[in-house]
Every structure is written in structure tokens, then in C-alpha cells.
Design a protein around this ligand. Structure first.
Ligand code: SF4
Length: 312
């Protein structure tokens, strides 16, 4: 058995986010998704229209989170679910759907405080775009982080500006880098969302993203394969033969390569994206989330490697 860095879970060989939360808070912690009724500046015309070519928010919104349901009710249902299913004792409220900083600072302060107003809630996780974070919102998150856990989740998806343009992200790598620097050193975690498998993307190019993350003050990542769901431009591209999905083997291999180049200090929150069967187009691997985790982790075990073993 190799001598693994302290941050890594000895069996998993990676720094899983669940393991990190348990180390940090001393108990089982779950994220509870809520839908606070936001929209996105890349859909309503202020940054762009149509949104990212793969975006259909239904695909990453569990069915019990709908903006019409009051936040407190969403939270109660989510906490009960995780308590029963996983035995979780404490919770992080995850503002997930669309762009969760796309409102006035006063509205955000009210919303975030409502989420924190429960004794079993340790903090919040806020998903957003690099170009939708005002100085006032950063100050608000900084202030909340003095008393609660805060994770800012920034979508990058690809570090290649040509890909960002082709997928209609509406921002550049430079904008992402500037926002990471503005968010760094404020006492909260910064997480980056990445996707692998864009048309024309070469694995070696994608793997440079791990080197980029290693060079930045980023604490956590989420990675998933590009997948097409109904109601998106990507689904139409798939039907026209312009998007050829990765094979499961290619994804698992490249995800393991990526983890080997990702520093052990960076926590891993996700390795797979799934969508409800009714809207899932391609690829349709039929795996559950934990099955994908173990496919990637078993690949590391088979190689005798671990997260960060090939950090340059
Ligand atoms: S930034 Fe997020 S919510 Fe907005 S269009 Fe892209 S994927 Fe959808």
C-alpha cells in the first residue's frame, strides 16, 4: 500500500468532498439542493440568449426542488431525505439552479440568511457564473463565512476559449481567472465546475485543466461528462451527428488521468453527471452516481495510483 498524502481517503485514494466535510465538521454532512427561483444572465439577454448549449436546468434539478415551494419547505424535505437515507446530521444548503448570485445584494442576503436560520445548517454553497459576482455579493459571502461554512461554485466548464465560444458560455477563461483572484483569501471555499467531452476536445488538452487548477487558489472541483438532454442545442447537434458522446471507457480513463494530476489538497465533489431518463439523450451509460465513482476509483486502484501522484 503506497504512503498516501494525509488529505486522501485511504481506500478511495482521492480527497472526496464527503470525507473532507466529515474531517472538518466531525459528522456526516449532506448538501441539500434548493431552487430559489433565479434565472441566468446567459439566458435572459443581459449576457447572452439561449444559454449554454447543454443547459436544461431540469437535468440537474432533483424533483423536490421547485422555486414555487418556499425555501424552508424545500429544506425540511431535503434534510429529512438525507437524514433517513444517509444518516446525515448536519447540512449545507446548495443554491444550485441557474445563477444563484443574480439578484440584488439585499435579496441575496435575505435568502442566504433564511437558509442559515436552522440549527442543523452549517452553511451554504452557491452556484454561479464567473461574470455574475458583484463586489457587494463577494462582501456578503465573506461576512457569512465569518460564522458559517461557505462554498462558492464557479462554472468554468472548459479552459479553452474556442470551446467556451462554441458552447455559448458567454464568458472567457480570463474572466474566470479574474473572478477566482477576487474570491480568493476570503475565508470560503472556491469550487470549479468542469465538463469533459466537448466536440473536438482532445484528452491531453483537457488534462491541462488539472494543471491550471493546481496553479490557482481553488479548493474543490466538480467534473462530469458532456451529456445531451432533451430541449437543448446539444441534443440537436447529437441528432445531426455533430456531437459524438464519449465512450464510458474513455471517460473513466481520462477522469483517472485528471485525478492523478489534481493536487491532493483539492476536494472532489462530483465525477459524473446524470439526468432523468425521460430527458436523457446521450450518452446513456445507465450508471448510478456511486457506480461511476467506483468505476473511476477502481481504475486508480488498478493502476496503483492516487489523486495527485502525477502533479508536476
Ligand atoms: S450558465 Fe448555467 S444556468 Fe446559465 S445557461 Fe449556462 S449552464 Fe445554464
Amino acid at each position: 500500500m503506497p504512503n498516501l498524502p494525509d488529505e486522501l481517503h485511504k481506500d478511495l485514494r482521492i480527497n472526496s468532498y464527503g470525507h473532507y466535510l466529515r474531517r472538518r465538521f466531525g459528522c456526516r454532512v449532506s448538501k441539500v439542493n434548493v431552487d430559489a427561483g433565479f434565472t441566468c444572465p446567459n439566458r435572459d439577454g443581459s449576457k447572452g440568449v439561449g444559454g449554454c448549449i447543454y443547459c436544461n436546468n431540469v437535468s440537474f434539478s432533483p424533483k423536490d426542488t421547485q422555486s414555487l415551494i418556499p425555501l424552508e419547505e424545500q429544506l425540511a424535505a431535503g434534510m429529512a431525505y438525507h437524514r433517513t437515507r444517509l444518516g446525515s446530521e448536519k447540512f449545507i444548503v446548495y443554491f444550485q439552479k441557474y445563477t444563484n448570485t443574480y439578484a440584488s445584494v439585499d435579496s441575496l442576503a435575505d435568502l442566504y440568511r433564511r437558509a442559515l436560520n436552522h440549527p442543523n445548517v452549517l452553511g451554504i454553497s452557491v452556484g454561479t457564473r464567473p461574470d455574475a459576482l458583484s463586489d457587494g455579493t463577494l462582501e456578503l459571502l465573506t461576512e457569512i463565512a465569518r460564522t458559517h461554512y461557505v462554498c462558492l461554485e464557479l462554472g468554468l466548464q472548459s479552459m479553452d476559449d474556442a470551446i467556451l465560444f462554441r458552447i455559448n458560455r458567454g464568458h472567457t477563461l480570463a474572466e474566470f481567472l479574474a473572478t477566482v483572484q477576487r474570491a480568493a483569501g476570503r475565508g470560503f471555499d472556491v469550487c470549479t465546475h468542469l465538463i469533459y467531452g466537448f466536440p473536438g476536445e482532445h484528452p491531453e488538452e483537457f488534462l491541462k485543466t488539472a494543471d491550471l487548477i493546481a496553479s490557482l487558489p481553488i479548493d474543490s472541483i466538480k467534473l462530469h461528462q458532456l451529456h445531451a438532454v432533451e430541449g437543448t442545442e446539444l441534443a440537436e447537434m447529437y441528432r445531426r451527428g455533430e456531437f459524438v458522446p464519449l465512450s464510458l471507457r474513455d471517460y473513466v480513463t481520462t477522469a483517472a488521468d485528471f485525478l492523478e494530476r489534481l493536487p491532493a489538497r483539492v476536494t472532489v465533489q462530483r465525477l459524473y453527471g446524470s439526468a432523468p431518463l425521460a430527458i436523457s439523450i446521450a450518452p446513456r451509460w445507465g450508471l448510478k452516481n456511486n457506480q461511476m465513482w467506483y468505476a473511476v476509483l477502481n481504475e486508480l486502484r488498478r493502476r496503483g495510483t492516487w489523486q495527485g501522484c502525477r502533479v508536476k
